[in-house]
Design a protein around this ligand. Sequence first.
Ligand SMILES: Nc1ncnc2c1ncn2[C@@H]1O[C@H](COP(=O)(O)OP(=O)(O)OP(=O)(O)O)[C@@H](O)[C@H]1O
Length: 259
Amino acid sequence: MLDVDRLSILAQNQHPLLKNISFSLSSGKTLGVIGESGAGKTLLSNALIRLLDPAFHVSGQIYFQGKALMTLSTKEMTRLRGKEIGFLTQHPFSAFDPIYTVEKQMIDTIRTHFTCTKKESRKVAMLMLNKMAFEDPERLFQRYPFELSGGMMQRVMMALMMALKPKMMIADEPTTAMDTITQREVLHQFDLLRSDGTEAMLLITHDLGVLAKLADEVLVLKSGSVVEWLSVDKFFKNPEHGYTRSLLTSYLKFHGVNA
Ligand SMILES: Nc1ncnc2c1ncn2[C@@H]1O[C@H](COP(=O)(O)OP(=O)(O)OP(=O)(O)O)[C@@H](O)[C@H]1O
């Protein structure tokens, strides 16, 4: 479904930030991407949907269902984002316009991708907000992004993705701003999405518990390079690379588990 071939990113000053990244993501699979802070995870996800600042120099190829994304026009790329490739960012406020209510933004987005009436799209949005554990979606609808917390915005974004049912989903730390109970519910919905239209997921996370629950494969990044690309089973039981082992050991130690 997704093939990334020697993707590299240079900063404006020519400093290499991502170096020859290659991997594939098949239909039916979830790929977890991990690595310490600054490894290049967010740059990678933004590059995949072509939302990088134009100051970066990007080379290599990205194929989504055989389509070379680097050659698509801005208009074609805009059409693809949302319905074909969904994106959940760790900065949800950047995905919403501060001057419109949640209702308007959800309805407009749904109607951009589906032929339906306002009433129909409102009903779908409402249903998904209910699934995202909002107690009073009617009230939420009338609010502006700045009136909501980061965790609430992440849930609104997730509800929108559930309404759009993109073929592939890219999620960059999608539950960071949520409390543990909400996180658990949202991750459950994430899991359900896989059996409801979303065929593949790329999930960036620092939480190895999330990785264990959702991922089939793991891509380990360090300083802009791929260290290992392995099955989740091998990641937890028998990682080859010392860096992967150290990530695992420090996570387990931090969470009070003896390795
Ligand atoms: N606009 C920019 N200009 C120059 N360098 C940048 C820019 N944005 C990010 N970088 C650098 O690119 C590298 C990768 O950053 P990125 O945000 O992708 O890391 P990350 O793995 O997502 O980290 P985190 O887990 O903290 O979110 C870092 O060294 C960062 O300093």
